[in-house]
Design a binder for this molecule. Structure first.
Ligand code: NAD
Ligand code: 89V
Length: 343
């Protein structure tokens, strides 16, 4: 099988995970890296033995010699870099949040569609082992048709030490973390027709909201609640676990803290350990996220080689991104938002 050559732009905090995962992925390797910060370029280039290093993305594309680009910068540069990839006819992965606004995101999808290149958003949470296990249980009919769900991420973990920029934006938890939880809700219960949200800021040292409660009406008639908080101090810190409750016509599923998947139906109750693997380069408690980074990057390569659409393609992610915009809009206006009308 021919090995795909990738270039990575943005050598910051999270890119280290992506670089480790590229080492593990079958069928691809990173041949060039780019960061406008020379120190980050040196650190990542040295750690992963990458000789081709660029401080400017235009220069990277001008030299070429790669089959895809992995954009791991923060959101401010996503639109410019994705459009640069499209102009150069290079398939692109873009980190979440996909864009600053839904109209930017739509323009990015359109640019790649016109250029005929694949675009995948690095929306990795749905690729976590426990989420995949829950989805499989649902697909095999364990609880019949689900009619209600709760997707919950409540934590007191200090995310600001690794990602200080998270304390500085006007928007915080929905844009950074809730975006994953909303994507999981869509992945499990289907697309959303309307949404109502409430937010608040508890931590006085940050600018944005750190608590959000969101009510979703799914197109298939199911109702769910997405609740996220970084202001919740618990006896046993759950970071970074998403806990899920699902009620179906024929039973219930509970994804409990410490990765127990409990299924109750006419046959009784089973509890299965759906813990993620601790990859050789991973560390607790991040290993759940780290394993999903490997999984989504392997999916990128496999689908690119088949010429098939990615699970979290740019077009798919517009439907998750619209939920983020709708949640902020709903919270600020105190109204229910028609999500379908935004797409
Ligand atoms: P970071 O600030 O640590 O790293 C970003 C890097 O990109 C920096 O080194 C910066 O110099 C570089 N950069 C920015 N613009 C550039 C440009 N135009 N050209 C070249 N280099 C540029 O940020 P981070 O914490 O690594 O986050 C990066 C992205 O990853 C964010 O969008 C964040 O939301 C996302 N993230 C995703 C997950 C996940 O699980 N999917 C987890 C953490 C962070
Ligand atoms: O996944 C993320 O985007 C991270 C974190 C899990 C810390 O919120 O920013």
């Amino acid at each position: 099988m021919t090995e795909l050559r990738g270039a990575l732009i943005g050598c910051g905090f999270f890119a280290i995970n992506q670089m480790h995962a590229w080492n593990d992925v079958e069928g691809a390797r990173i041949v060039a890296i780019c960061d406008r910060d020379p120190e980050r370029l040196d650190i990542v280039g040295g750690q992963f033995g990458i000789e081709r290093r660029y401080s400017d993305a235009e220069a990277l594309f001008a030299d070429g010699g790669f089959d895809f680009v992995d954009i791991a910068t923060t959101v401010q540069s996503h639109r410019a870099l994705v459009e640069m990839a499209a102009r150069n006819k290079v398939p692109a992965i873009c980190q979440k949040p996909f864009a600053k606004t839904l109209s930017d995101a739509k323009a990015m999808v359109e640019a790649c569609r016109e250029a005929g290149v694949a675009l995948m958003v690095h929306e990795n949470f749905r690729w976590q082992t426990p989420i995949q296990a829950l989805r499989t249980a649902l697909d095999t009919g364990a609880i019949g048709t689900p009619f209600w769900g709760r997707f919950s991420f409540r934590s007191g973990y200090d995310v600001f030490s690794g990602q200080p920029y998270l304390a500085e934006g006007e928007r915080f938890i929905i844009e950074d973390l809730g975006i994953h939880t909303l994507d999981i809700a869509r992945y499990i219960l289907g697309d959303v027709s309307s949404l109502t949200a409430r937010t608040r800021r508890v931590n006085p040292n940050i600018k944005g909201e750190d608590v959000a409660t969101i009510l979703l009406d799914h197109e298939n008639g199911a109702t769910s609640v997405v609740d996220v908080s970084y202001a919740t101090k618990l006896s046993k810190e759950p970071f970074p676990e998403t806990l899920i409750e699902l009620d179906g016509a024929e039973g219930t599923i509970r994804l409990r803290q410490e990765y127990g998947l409990e299924i109750t139906n006419a046959k009784g109750t089973t509890i299965t350990d759906v813990s993620p693997k601790l990859l050789s380069w991973a560390s607790r408690p991040w290993h759940n996220i780290q394993e999903s980074v490997y999984a989504i990057q392997q999916h990128w390569v496999d689908q690119l080689k088949r010429g098939a659409e990615h699970s979290t393609s740019g077009a798919d992610n517009l439907k998750t991104f619209a939920l983020v915009e709708a949640a902020y809009d709903s919270a600020s206006r105190g109204q229910t938002i028609d999500v379908g009308a935004m797409l």
